[in-house]
Design a protein around this ligand. Structure first.
Ligand SMILES: Cc1cc2nc3c(=O)[nH]c(=O)nc-3n(C[C@H](O)[C@H](O)[C@H](O)COP(=O)(O)O)c2cc1C
Ligand SMILES: [Fe+2]
Ligand SMILES: [Fe+2]
Length: 402
């Protein structure tokens, strides 16, 4: 793929990673991803915004070569993480005159990561500007989105926000701009769930700061650019600030079908009561889908058999992940089964202190569930539906089921 023109003197020079199937060795990428870098040729100075994953450094260098780029004054490092800063050594090697522009925290991290020598930097404060002649870059510090050193870069004259990871989506595409908003919504939500959700409170403040700028294009560092910034800004407002939805996320494992029987029963009763459920059999599920469901859910019910006195290892993993992602859940419960005894419930409950949820009575049965167990599941479904109603999470249609 060639360098792609955005405006006069502004080019996309990134890399599309069609084959990548796992991000952070954790989240599946069904549609690949991209690492976007942008070249801005001002009347006096030239700046490169971010680089690419080191495995694709040659693509960045090829595109710069193809544009006849003999000199780069500044490389703006919005973020120190390797998928954007990892090709700095190659850029510094090819363009020895370049200065790395970043926050002072980012400088420390890039030096620690051995991606740039300490004498190469120009550190910038929040709100600082850098003139390229006829164009001006403004730096917006955004610490903890999602590392402590991050910033965004705003190109004033063209009203382009280079938002780095914020608003990114995991999507490999030849399209420079979003065309199918539904597809990008999914890919951006997957991205948000894993990377941004734990920092919801901080992102809230950053959204306010960003909205003080007149933005006509958002150019993130993953996925296509947003010509209609309001699309992704509205999605983020909903994910970050919106009330949770009338929905239960139900990750579970079942070895012999016992916990599964309980899960199926509970899902049926909840559905009858007008509560949406997303169930995830952790033996087969895409963990990214589970993370996405956690963005909106009001309740999590975790289902596990008892295995070697505790929860099934896959359930421990999912509970640990949910706890780390800090979604806006309000309620939780645990269901499952045991043969002779153990501490499955206590163990799972102990894994989710960050969730700050009200724990609804767990339902645990010995052997295969019988009448009293189904009655207990009825009660649990009833209290979940009641809690969702109390919090006004039911829509008009669900209320009709009363
Ligand atoms: C590998 C293995 C280890 C188990 N360890 C325990 C245990 O420590 N304590 C216990 O009460 N039951 C234990 N069980 C029994 C299961 O918890 C019980 O059969 C349960 O009903 C299985 O639920 P499932 O059909 O949803 O997998 C174990 C079962 C298996 C297969
Ligand atoms: Fe990142
Ligand atoms: Fe990234």
């Amino acid at each position: 793929m060639q360098a792609r023109k955005i405006n006069a003197g502004i080019y996309w020079v990134g890399a599309v990673d069609w084959d990548r199937r796992l991000f952070d060795a954790l989240i599946p990428l069904p549609d690949g991803t991209s690492y976007n870098a942008y070249l801005i040729q001002g009347s006096e100075k030239t700046a490169l915004i971010d680089t690419v994953d080191p495995a694709m450094a040659h693509m960045l260098l090829d595109r710069l070569h193809q544009l006849g780029t003999e000199h780069i004054d500044y490389v703006i490092a919005n973020h120190a993480e390797q998928d954007h800063a990892g090709a700095l050594p190659q850029i510094i090697n090819r363009y020895p005159e370049v200065q790395v522009v970043c926050t002072s925290k980012c400088k420390d991290m890039l030096v620690d990561l051995r991606l740039a020598p300490p004498d190469r930097f120009l550190t910038v404060n929040d709100g600082a500007t850098l003139s390229l002649g006829d164009r001006t870059l403004e730096f917006i510090h955004a610490p903890w989105v999602h590392w402590p050193e991050t910033m965004l870069t705003y190109l004033r004259e063209d009203k382009i926000l280079f938002s780095c990871d914020l608003f990114g989506s995991h999507l490999a595409t030849t399209g420079l701009y979003v065309t199918d908003e539904g597809q990008v919504y999914e890919a951006a939500k997957r991205y948000y769930a894993e990377i941004m959700m734990p920092f919801r409170k901080i992102i809230q403040k950053n959204l306010q700061k960003i909205q003080e700028h007149d933005i006509s294009l958002i150019a993130p560092s993953h996925g296509p650019m947003y010509e209609r910034p309001e699309f992704i800004l509205a999605a983020y407002r909903d994910w970050v600030l919106g009330d949770p939805k009338n929905s239960v996320v139900l990750p579970f494992i079942s070895m012999h079908g016992t916990t599964l029987k309980m899960v199926n029963y509970l899902v049926d009763v909840l559905t009858e009561k007008g509560v949406t459920v997303q169930q995830f059999n952790l033996a087969v599920t895409d963990i990214g889908k589970l993370a996405m469901a956690l963005v909106d859910a009001a309740t999590i019910v975790i289902g596990s058999p008892t295995v070697l006195t505790g929860a099934h290892p896959n359930v421990v993993y999912a509970a640990y992940l949910a706890n780390a992602l800090r979604p806006k859940l309000k309620f939780a419960s645990i269901i499952g089964s045991y043969g002779w005894g153990g501490k499955m419930v206590e163990q799972i409950a102990g894994l989710i202190p960050n969730l700050k949820v009200e724990l609804l009575n767990p339902v645990v049965c010995q052997g295969f569930p019988g009448k009293s167990d189904f009655d207990a599941l009825d009660k649990l479904a009833g209290s979940i539906a009641d809690k969702h109603k109390e919090h006004n999470l039911f829509g008009i249609r669900e209320n009709k089921n009363d």
